[in-house]
Design a binder for this molecule. Structure first.
Ligand code: HEM
Length: 204
């Protein structure tokens, strides 16, 4: 439970920041939303409900940087998938990343475009098999709400309190987006960012 709940949420947060540093316009838009919604210096649970664009950014991050392979499943009965006969008791591994980047399901699948989820019926509760960052079915992640709340809360605070820039001489396109695979996908090289003056001018 601890392993499943900690690295997944923290790695998602790290990828959200990485994508926002690589896409400054998206970061500015999310930051403007957070600063417009949050009154005072504290992000509340109620504020999170109104962070519409920031939620899209997190969703798009989960599409491109979610778990690559889901927990194994065992086939209960013989079946045929894509013309292949799968005998009962075969262990199956679902390639969630392939589903989330399948050009038959997604337009321009490799690009980071939070807007693709705007007014889209595709959610992450396991009903849309092209997007299953929390899995699906009986073994779906039981920590969806906790995990999403934790990521939204940390990202909102990072955007509310600080402006961010890359170290001197580093351009957004220089960020190393390669991944290594563990329980979550991790950046192959940690990104370095510089927090600017804390935004403490708002009244509490
Ligand atoms: C952004 C954060 C998170 C992501 C992306 C995530 C993703 C996943 C995925 C993909 C699975 C496999 C589901 C399947 O095979 O169908 C899973 C399972 C699980 N997750 Fe999460 N998770 C997150 C946060 C959490 C949190 C916060 C907790 C607990 C506090 C948690 C607890 C678990 C547990 C216990 C399982 C195993 C469920 C089972 O096998 O029946 N997760 N998670």
């Amino acid at each position: 439970m601890l392993t499943a709940g900690t690295s997944s949420s923290s790695m998602t947060t790290e990828w959200v920041m990485t994508e926002m540093m690589r896409n400054p316009e998206i970061r500015k838009k999310a930051q403007a939303e957070v600063r417009a919604v949050v009154k005072g210096n504290r992000v509340t649970e109620a504020d999170l409900q109104n962070l519409e664009y920031t939620k899209l950014v997190i969703k798009e991050t989960l599409r491109l940087h979610g778990v690559p392979i889901l927990v194994p499943r065992e086939c209960r009965e013989d079946c045929t998938v894509g013309g292949y006969h799968i005998p009962a008791k075969t262990m199956l591994l679902v390639n969630a990343f392939a589903c989330a980047t399948d050009p038959d399901s997604w337009e321009d699948p490799e690009s980071f475009k939070p807007e693709r989820f705007k007014n889209s019926p595709i959610g992450f509760t396991g009903s849309n098999f092209e997007f299953i960052p929390f899995g699906a079915g009986r073994r779906i992640c039981p920590g969806i709400n906790f995990g999403m709340g934790a990521v939204e809360f940390v990202v909102a605070n990072l955007l509310l309190h600080y402006d961010w820039k890359l170290p001197e001489g580093v351009k957004p396109e220089d960020i190393d987006m390669r991944e290594i695979t563990a329980i979550s996908t991790l950046p192959i090289a940690p990104m370095h960012v510089v927090p600017l003056q804390p935004q403490l001018s708002k009244s509490t």
